[in-house]
Design a protein around this ligand. Structure first.
Ligand code: GLU
Length: 446
């Protein structure tokens, strides 16, 4: 590969200098998601023997923005929320990545999520960089009107950062097509033009793409198909546990159930539910539609409510799908994880220490930046359609998504086998080379 050649030419001459940089960057006693992300980066960068200059340019975020968002609440009071947007790297194209609404959002988390977007886009080869946003809020406590005012204020407060060629948000944890519609409307009204390409994951009626809603889970399913082939397993005999029942988790359960897998456990904020014979995901989806969460699911379905929802991660299933938040499998519980395959629908669900423990156990991990890249892939297809003003069929989208995911999986698997490194390090080796090469070709502006 051409990028490899460039990298070899630019190999670090001074390993010591590089080690010094590693030590100086963000190593604390209580690692944040960003610390963990940097550790993942370092493992690959060290094998690539990147020069300190190269590391300096592509490792840290390029722009971190924090805003205060005053919002009028329904009772007439004003509440001030905190919002972030991080643009990690824009060497390959405009920043791309979701906006998360969650009470635990902080700047380190958003930096990590933006970092993962940079390398996620590069793994699947879409011409975009990495960005991410977040608002510190529990949206379940807001009325629909309050949520709309918060969403619009968030977008308006940073309107100059966003743009179809600058930075393109999308849904993430607790955000959805309706919120994307408000973002798009705020931007379009401001510019007095219809500008749907500023946001992806929109409702179909407003320029959203066919297939976008299921895309994150669908991309994961393609990776699972390839993994099962590689390991010589039988897809229809897999038992599965899914942590998280938002967009990614619920579609993951549904699509794998359609493939004949047995979904033995699912969970969300209100608990984890188990059935050895298998859970019907359609029933769970209908329950959530009616009640907002999986609360009381054990009263309507033949399932057992688990006493400790975290134990879902330790069930003796073939396939574990973390589809919730970061840092779920750590050095504390990794020794008890029994799954043969872990497919990371969430971003950052495993810490580097957990990776090490699971590697020794020969767990096959499909890393987040590959496994959940289906979402941003169809986001990219949505952006292309918006810019053409011509819309493709569901079949066309599925065809492209499958081709892109299969190709990315193959590239990462080959890198893993060739370098004898785990899939995560392979995914970083592959994607860092792309970002690094683009960055070097562009050079410095001044
Ligand atoms: N939030 C999703 C992710 O973490 C999708 C991002 C996008 O479509 O831009 O990959």
């Amino acid at each position: 590969m051409a990028t490899g050649q460039t990298l070899r030419e630019l190999e670090a001459k001074n390993e010591e200098q590089y080690d010094k940089i590693l030590k100086e960057t963000h190593l604390t006693d209580h690692p944040s998601a960003f610390d963990n992300a940097l550790k993942q980066f370092d493992r690959a960068a060290k094998l690539l023997k990147l020069a300190p200059n190269q590391v300096a340019v592509i490792k840290e975020p390029r722009r971190v923005t924090e805003v205060k968002l005053p919002v009028r609440m329904d009772d007439g009071s004003i509440e001030v929320f905190t919002g972030y947007r991080v643009q990690h790297n824009v060497a390959l194209g405009p920043a791309k990545g979701g906006v998360r609404f969650h009470p635990d959002v902080d700047v380190e988390e958003v930096k990590a999520l933006a970092f993962w977007m940079t390398y996620k886009c590069a793994v699947v080869g879409i011409p975009m960089g990495g960005g991410k946003g977040g608002v510190v809020v529990d949206p379940r406590k807001l009325s629909q009107g309050e949520l709309e005012r918060l969403a619009r204020r968030y977008f308006a407060e940073m309107i100059d950062l966003f743009g179809p060629d600058k930075d393109i948000p999308a849904p993430d944890v607790n955000t959805n097509p309706q919120i994307m519609a408000w973002f798009m409307d705020t931007y379009s009204m401001h510019h007095q033009e219809f500008l749907p390409a500023v946001v992806t994951g929109k409702p179909i009626e407003l320029g959203g793409s066919a297939g976008r809603a299921a895309a994150t889970a669908q991309g994961m399913v393609y990776c699972v198909h390839r993994t099962v082939e590689h390991l010589g397993m039988d897809l229809s005999k897999l038992t599965v546990a899914v942590q998280g029942f938002g967009n990614a988790g619920s579609y993951a359960a549904k699509l794998l159930h359609q493939d004949g897998c047995t979904i033995q456990a699912i969970s969300d904020i209100d608990g984890a539910f188990f059935s050895e014979q298998g859970i019907d995901p359609e029933m769970a989806i209908a329950h959530v539609k009616e009640n907002g969460t999986l609360k009381d699911f054990e009263k309507v379905a033949k399932v057992e409510k688990m006493r400790d929802p975290m134990k879902l991660l330790e069930l003796p299933v073939d396939l574990l799908i973390p589809a919730a938040l970061e840092n779920q499998v750590t050095e504390a519980n990794a020794p008890r994880v029994q799954a043969k395959i872990i497919a990371e629908c969430a971003n950052g669900p495993l810490t580097p220490e957990a990776d090490d423990i699971l590697e020794k156990k020969k767990t096959f991990i499909i890393p987040d930046i590959l496994c959940n890249a289906g979402g941003v892939t169809v986001s990219y297809l949505e952006w292309v359609q918006n810019r053409m003003g011509y819309y493709w069929s569901e079949e066309r989208i599925q065809e492209d998504l499958k081709r892109i995911m299969d190709n990315a999986f193959q590239n990462v698997l080959e890198t893993s086998l060739h370098n004898k490194v785990p899939m995560r390090t392979a995914a970083f080796i592959f994607s860092i080379q792309r970002v690094c090469h683009a960055s070097e070709l562009r050079g410095l502006y001044a």
